[in-house]
Design a protein around this ligand. Structure first.
Ligand code: SF4
Length: 606
């Protein structure tokens, strides 16, 4: 019989002792650990659990998290294991522990898996017996030197490839424990970081990928994404939230930042002369986006100047720290605090953390956002700078080989300004290409085995990691997305941009609810076997076309998915009102039953 406590037993004991500690502290008694009630942190050995938790010193930034947890404990509630683990040790202070794991070539166990994610290191067993490292780069922008460096890290310490994520970010996979800290230090040596890219932290700050070069944008979001990024990096209380948290800045350019799918979305608007506030460009504040729970961020009625955005975001996060659920992970996202409080109360609480009142202004008095151009993230497009173009390169579901990474940075260096812009559509832009060099860039992209054709199925294909690298996935989303592309591209000629999103589980990293066609992974019973398959959703959208896709089919084995998609696209092209009717509009004017009937009566070649 094992003499070690199970994870559940440890958490029970930790919760018990923690409650006793809180009660003792309230009565002014010394801590059971011997630490002074208001004093220094308990000493921690590597791997020790620190049963009562580690109370931060008075005035320490992270104290507000500890106090928030105390309120649940004082109400007789039990912290969830993840909260207890964060209470036991601040994950930001475990460098030696990470190094020890690297020296011992040891993988983390139990809640350490969560704590390692504070450093951007995801132990992804059983999908892969190795780590994935997720970086962060504000607005998804990096330079050619950094791309070259990432290729080197991928070659030396990881699997020799990288993936662009749906937060305009990069991930490296197949990192062995021995290289844990090698990767972390190498990433910092090229001016990047992975700190806080996973676990209960504010994820990569996104913005418009065309910021600063966009012909129609109202404001360049790059400075804001950077300010927010560095604010987080330099404020320890911005880590260890009740749950993960997303922030995006949309500058009203041709490519959306998908800000309405974030917990906090800032969306640029223009106000004309003659209103109650000076004319100019402001940001609308939206709150509570979480499309995996079928909810978009809602407009709060608040208007901000660009200088106010970062302090307001920090204040909003502090309210979340104080009030987010620490006992139930399923109810811990911002949306649930908003559901409990309502927008007005949440804003009132936010104002308590600000030296100014939030400005209210009707959305109807703002000018409409200039329209996004669907699939402007693919192909060659004129910049606001005369004579310069950006190239949107299709990456197969976000994947780049070493040769492609090096080729991309070389093209950016030789033909552009060395700037590479990742997008939430899992592809990238190379900016600042002189018009006369476009053909050369096209040739070089082709030579890398990549493409810039906006009419292709691949241009709108997005897939989460899938079961090749994520234990939650019911299906091989990335592999099957490529099979779908291979199948459809020989059979359907698209003349309108269509987005197809494949996501492996309800966490919805690939946001299947906002795709024209969304696929959610499922295990499907076929005879006596369970095979990989999908539930299918139609007609989702974002921004001005904001809509949660409707479920049309459940439990479709993957083998049947490609021909079913061919029928859908063929029926759309055959029955749409006119050649410019979008797929979303086409599906919206039919009931689910009508759509099914149309698809079933559509014939396709064997
Ligand atoms: Fe993993 Fe689910 Fe996210 Fe896909 S959606 S990467 S399966 S957590």
């Amino acid at each position: 019989m094992s003499t070690e406590f199970t994870e559940e037993q440890k958490n029970y004991l930790q919760g018990l002792v923690s409650g006793v500690e809180t009660a003792r502290a309230a009565r002014g008694l010394a801590s059971l650990s011997g630490a002074p009630v208001n004093g220094a942190r308990m000493p921690q050995s590597a791997g020790s659990s620190g049963a009562a938790g580690t109370e931060p010193s008075p005035g320490a930034p992270e104290l507000i998290h500890y106090q928030a947890q105390n309120r649940f404990i004082a109400e007789g509630k039990k912290l969830c294991p993840e909260e207890q683990a964060k209470r036991n040790r601040n994950p930001l202070d475990m460098w030696d522990y990470l190094q020890q794991h690297a020296r011992d070539e040891r993988n983390p166990k139990g809640t350490d898996v969560l704590l390692f994610k504070f450093h951007g290191m995801f132990y992804v067993a059983p999908a892969q017996d190795s780590f994935m490292c997720r970086l962060r780069m504000p607005g998804g922008i990096l330079n050619s030197f950094q791309m070259r460096g990432i290729a080197e890290i991928a070659e030396r310490y990881a699997g020799g490839y990288a993936h662009v994520t749906t937060r305009a970010n990069l991930q490296l996979r197949e990192i062995k424990a021995e290289n844990l800290t090698n990767v972390l230090t190498s990433v910092q040596e090229i001016g990047l970081t992975s700190r806080g890219s996973g676990a209960d932290n504010i994820r990569n700050i996104t913005g418009c990928p065309t910021a600063g070069i966009d012909p129609q944008e109202l404001i360049d979001t790059r400075p804001l994404a950077k300010q927010m990024h560095y604010y987080i990096l330099n404020h320890r209380e911005m880590y260890g939230l009740p749950r993960k948290f997303n922030i995006a800045f949309d500058g009203a350019g041709v490519i959306s930042a998908l800000e309405d799918t974030n917990d906090i979305g800032f969306s640029a608007v223009r106000v004309a002369e003659g209103k109650d506030i000076p004319a100019g460009v402001y940001f609308r504040l939206q709150l509570g986006g979480i499309t995996g729970h079928q909810d978009f961020a809602r407009d709060t009625g608040v208007m901000l100047t660009s200088e106010e955005c970062v302090p307001v975001a920090a204040a909003l996060v502090r309210v979340f720290i104080d009030n987010g659920d620490r006992t139930d992970r399923k109810k811990a996202r911002l949306k649930y605090v908003l559901d409990r409080f309502g927008i007005e109360k949440y804003l009132e609480e936010t104002e308590k953390h600000l030296p100014f009142k939030l400005r209210r202004f009707p959305l109807a008095d703002c000018e409409p956002r200039p329209a996004v151009i669907k699939h402007a993230h693919i192909g060659f497009h004129a910049q606001r700078q005369p004579g310069l173009f950006y190239a949107g390169v299709v990456l197969p579901v976000g994947k780049m080989t070493l040769e492609q990474m090096r080729g991309i940075e070389d093209i950016a260096e030789r033909y552009g300004s060395g700037t590479i812009r990742l997008t939430v559509w899992q592809n990238l832009l190379i900016s600042d290409i002189p018009e006369e060099r476009i053909q050369s860039v096209k040739d070089e992209i082709k030579a890398l085995g990549l493409d810039w054709n906006a009419a292709s199925v691949r241009a709108g294909l997005i897939a989460c990691t899938g079961n090749g690298g994520c234990k939650f996935s019911a299906s091989d989303t990335k592999g099957q997305a490529m099979q779908i592309a291979d199948y459809l591209e020989t059979r359907v000629q698209l003349d309108q941009p269509i987005n197809i999103h494949l996501t492996g589980c309800p966490n919805s990293c690939a946001q299947h609810y906002v795709g024209d066609i969304g696929l959610l992974g499922a295990k499907v019973e076929v005879g006596e076997e369970m095979v990989e398959g999908y539930h299918l959703y139609l007609g989702g959208g974002y921004g001005a076309s904001q809509k949660i896709g409707r479920e049309i089919y459940r439990d479709v084995p993957f083998a049947q998915v490609p021909p079913l998609l061919e029928k859908m696209l063929t029926a759309y092209q055959g029955y749409r009102l006119n050649p410019v009717e979008s797929f979303q509009d086409f599906t919206a004017r039919h009931s689910i039953e009508q759509l099914k009937a149309l698809f079933e009566q559509t014939t396709i070649a064997a």
